[in-house]
Design a protein around this ligand. Sequence first.
Ligand SMILES: Cc1cc2nc3c(=O)[nH]c(=O)nc-3n(C[C@H](O)[C@H](O)[C@H](O)COP(=O)(O)OP(=O)(O)OC[C@H]3O[C@@H](n4cnc5c(N)ncnc54)[C@H](O)[C@@H]3O)c2cc1C
Length: 580
Amino acid sequence: MAEKKTLPSFSKSLFSGFIYDDQIFPFPCQKPDENENLEMILDTLNKFMDRYVDSSQFDRDERMPGDVINGWKELGFFGLVIPEKYGGYGLSNTSYVRILEEVGAVDGSTALLLGAHQSIGLKGLLMFGTEEQKQKYLPRLATGELIAAYCLTEPGAGSDAGGIKTRAIWDEKKKVYILNGSKMWITNGGLADFFTVFAREEIKMENGRTEDKITAFLVTRDMGVKSGNEEKKLGIRSSSTTALFFENVEVPFENVLGERGKGFKIAMEILNSGRVGLAGGCVGGSKRALRQILAFVKEREQFGKPLNNFELIKEKLAQIAMNIFVAESMIYLTTGMIDQGDVDFSLESAMCKVKATDNLWDDVNECLQMAGGIGFSQEYPYEQNLRDARINIIFEGTNEILRIFVALAGMQERGEYLKKMGKALKDPIKGFGLITDYAMHYMKDRLTTDRLPDVDSELVGSKYEFERWAKNLHITAERVLIKYGKQIIDKEIIQKRLADAVIDLFGMISCISRVDTNIKKFGHSECRHEILMCKTFCELAWRRIRRNILMIDKNEDEAILAIADYIISEEKYNYHSVLR
Ligand SMILES: Cc1cc2nc3c(=O)[nH]c(=O)nc-3n(C[C@H](O)[C@H](O)[C@H](O)COP(=O)(O)OP(=O)(O)OC[C@H]3O[C@@H](n4cnc5c(N)ncnc54)[C@H](O)[C@@H]3O)c2cc1C
């Protein structure tokens, strides 16, 4: 696989003390013809959904009607991201995510059907496939004749996906790979005929040694893939989730995807690119929840007034709106980066996923609370919203694992630099250039701040707080790296705090860029509500960042871990009774 030259990641650079604002300003927008095309697609989409997509009925039936799936196929919605020359719409990432958002605003399971097919199921083929492989499969994937699934998770390998055991052995006589093993929790598992499968094989390396490596394969059902029963799930009940079984499945050599032995990297790159689509679907879910609850709190009266008169209700409504605004800003800033091309967006897409999925969960939870008793009833949408939202925090990388990823990947470059610095200090003559470079950077850190370009006067305070806390993040990350060295890998609570700080920073800058760009387009009075939103979010965010950063040094972590160790060793809640 040829290494692509990519622009530095905006958020990774923050950890190293740089602000690459050219990726951020102005906030990306689509070309007018692309927007026109998108509007037309959205119009068709909404008409179709109004008529045929009944989320609560699908949920009760625990299946999606075949004719609705066929309807999606006829409309071409399985080919949104597939280039036109293979029969798809060839949409930009931005348009694609906008569509998933709209679908997510009507039915989570449907967003998952289309998203698992395009964001992850066939994404590997698009990103790493040969021209021959693309010509062979993409046209049938675009029409939905083939539905795609992404097959990584196994019974023994979930978050630790590198531990997969499915095996591919090359059969020299038959000239095929023989695949054996099983996969778990595969979205579209019962519907799909095209699978991106990750399996281990022994590969002879250049040095003559044999290594056990992961390779990606394009597998079709007719090669012998068997599905298990549909899982009975908490939510997204009408989406198909099954185990898959590979028993002597024969896969021709030409179906190896990308380079042999690079399957893990391929698996991660697919997820990096797919996560932002999932985030878009979640924003759609939050918008729907807000719409529903606004209608409810206007009608429902208690203490002689509609609920929407009470401060504690208003606080929840404002928080949901702010959650949506921030996640939306982060997502479409990221899709803009992806559309621009050759940018490392792995951290940004992970942050969008964490933010949008955590937000959706909080939002549907608060909506259920505002609905009171009826929130708990199956006759109303609130409980299904809650059930459907829960999975998003778990799949495509759990939010714990993604926070760890954000912190460690963010610090990696700085860590390597500091390691080199450590070596240079041991041999100062050889490492002189590096030491002076470090000394300059160190001085610069303390004397100046990497600055953002000028923004509208309304946003100067928010910009200042962003710069201040970006600098703080960098200094803190460096201090943490020097203090813990390699041990930082085990310091997950610190990683979580750093991740939350950088997620808030990315949220701040996304809002600042969006609102600044909009003020330039529409003027202050048109944007007064957005200005209020941006300023309020930035105020709340920098206080959270400050708290997270302060707690890296002053915390109760040791005590908390000791409490956990005690109950783990006791295997139960074992404290003296309060009654004795
Ligand atoms: C409905 C559904 C659809 C899915 N669709 C697909 C699909 O299409 N394709 C596919 O390949 N997979 C799919 N998955 C699998 C999904 O990606 C995994 O469930 C997920 O990655 C978590 O793996 P796990 O379930 O084995 O949990 P585990 O990895 O066992 O994790 C359990 C808990 O421990 C935490 N944890 C694990 N390691 C650490 C650590 N180092 N530090 C702190 N906490 C940790 C996790 O965050 C989690 O909370 C799907 C799952 C579901 C439920």
